[in-house]
Design a protein. Sequence first.
Length: 377
Amino acid sequence: MKKLIVILAVIAMVGAFTATTMAAEWNLYGSARMATFFTSDDPGGPGSSTADNLQWDLQGNSRIGANVKFNDQIGGRFEYGSGPNLRLLYGTYNFDGGQFLIGQNYTPLTQFYSDSVFDGDGDLLGVGQFYEGRLPLAQLSMGGFKVALIKPNVGGTLDGVVTTENILDDDYNAFFTANGLEILTEEVEAATSTEVKLPKIEVSYRYSADQYFVDVFGGYQTYKELDTELGDQDVDSWVAGVGGGMNFGAMYLKAGVHISQNQGQYGAYNPAGMSDEATIIDGRVVDNDGFGYLVVLGYKVSDSINLEAGYGSETNELDYAGSNEDETVQYYGNMTYTITPGFFVVPEIGFIDRQDDAEGSTEGDIFYGGIKWQINF
């Protein structure tokens, strides 16, 4: 009898799920992506040697997912990467003139101007194009306008600081000593807890016309680190920028620029490991100023061939006399060749110059070349 009850319960659950599934429209999709590249990585330091390596791997942004429509007002989407990892999971409510979304999605500051494919479809993200990934949020969209309240990125390096002696060269250290100024050589004690009262807030607006588009965006976040050696400290970070694109027949041009404060605390994607966080020097909090830009030029040769070249630059520098810029730049050129609808390859060649770090030491460069393979299904 007990087995019969269990079987009936299972049948009821399956039936309920099936009925719910049949009531919604499910459009499944997938994308398999392979990276086959050679890289030559020169660390650039004294006595270092260049490392030549082959990459032959499934890209981490390969995915499978579905767009779901429950009715004219309610819908949603999910997407998993090859990690496996959750990329997207959100629901939407559509109303006259707009949409309300809750769940994990790309933030309003996310734009993709570049189609560089190296480093898992890097797209110059973090090297000219600001990016912070897919985050839990509540977002309102109306026309080209978006505003979102987002899970804040709480953390940073106020509790893992660099000192004056670390960040400045010998001439500046001598100046400090000669003028009786203290050069800190001990790290400030770590914060014991944080206080968060507000979500991260972001807004963006896109104006689109037949031949061009313009983006304007900005975001702000604040939280407090408690019980540091200097007392409670507010950690404020923000980003603001503009960008756009224009078509000239078969040619197109896209460009963007952004400025920021404390990108590391904000949660910016940082593939080159740049010094982009606020820290403590000489007994006070010092903000980190960021600046990035990119330019992309493309030409559609035919329905099956597209050529593109791009350049991106990202710079961060502590707002402190004598500090050094930490900059990374990237150049690339590629060709997207469509073999058949849903299957294309992208040969790309490029150069990433990590230049000098915040301490003035060279970080070397990477030369790369290879092909990305992609089948969408």
